[in-house]
Ligand binder design. Structure first.
Ligand code: ADP
Ligand code: MG
Length: 257
């Protein structure tokens, strides 16, 4: 019964870099349809856990179970196929492309490639129904995030916040079940932050599951139903924002105790 409610379970994850133990036996569960925050002081192991879950690194020990299946050691694209997707900061090579072109990158299959050709100037192809539907979906998603007016803008010209919206829009096109967001609010102005959070809550109410690594405590405490606190490579505490804020061990960890 419990396993079914869990979207993701990590157990006894370990990762060492040379002599450094970055993750030292971390275990936690993420419930389906929730927004969970992953926090902890610098060096606690949050980014490494994120990278272990999303297949960027292989763990030295431990398991990653996604929707009841062992996905430990799968590559990031294999996890995307299964519905586990993460956002990155938009990498540099994607600038020089428009917002629309960036969105089309989400479709990395044949269909996507032929769809791609339809928007490259000078190449004329008939658009089959399926392609038309995909393109419509791209536009709907851009509209949902209110960045449709930027469709033909070079992604390099977007503000930090607009890039985050683009990243999330693009992630959604891969039909994810769960999204891991890496500091989604970093560099985002208050207006866009509000918009981004509203979208995240809407998506959560539609059944999407979120794990946020975020430095902004207000964002975590006001938006997550569950907070996981890491310290020295392990899970120090897990609970509601109220429980976490009242936890002496958490306060101590942040004060450097
Ligand atoms: P956090 O994201 O919580 O700040 P990290 O997961 O980035 O923590 O890092 C945890 C520990 O592992 C730190 O001591 C960090 O210096 C170390 N570490 C992380 N990534 C690497 C790496 N690629 N090579 C060597 N050490 C690393
Ligand atoms: Mg980090």
């Amino acid at each position: 019964e419990r396993a079914e409610a869990d979207m993701l379970r990590v157990s006894n994850l370990e990762k060492r870099f040379g002599g450094i133990v970055a993750v030292d036996g971390a275990s936690f569960e993420i419930e389906r349809g929730t927004i969970t925050g992953l926090i902890g002081p610098n060096g606690a192991g949050k980014s490494t856990v994120f990278n272990l879950i999303t297949g960027v690194y292989n763990p030295d020990a431990g398991r990653v179970i996604f929707e009841g299946e062992d996905v430990t050691g799968l590559r990031p694209y294999q996890l995307v196929d299964r519905g586990l997707v993460r956002t990155f900061q938009i990498s540099r090579e994607l600038s020089g492309m428009t917002v629309l072109e960036n969105m089309l990158l989400a479709f990395d299959d044949q269909l996507g490639e032929s769809l791609w050709r339809t928007v490259v100037p000078g190449v004329r192809r008939s658009i089959v129904e399926q392609e038309r539907a995909l393109l419509e979906r791209v536009w709907e998603t851009l509209e949902l995030f209110e960045i449709d007016h930027l469709a033909h803008e070079d992604a390099a010209n977007l503000s930090g916040g607009q890039r985050k919206l683009l990243e999330l829009s693009r992630a959604l096109l891969t039909d994810p079940e769960m999204l891991l967001l890496d500091e989604p609010m970093a560099g985002v102005n208050p207006t866009l932050e509000k918009k981004l959070l509203e979208r995240i809550h809407e998506l959560r109410s539609q059944g999407y599951t979120f794990l946020l690594v975020e430095h902004d405590m207000d964002v975590i405490m006001n938006n997550c139903e569950t907070v996981i606190v890491m310290h020295q490579g392990r899970v120090l505490s897990r609970g509601s924002p109220e429980e976490i804020q009242a936890d002496e061990r958490v306060i101590e960890a942040y004060l450097g105790g």
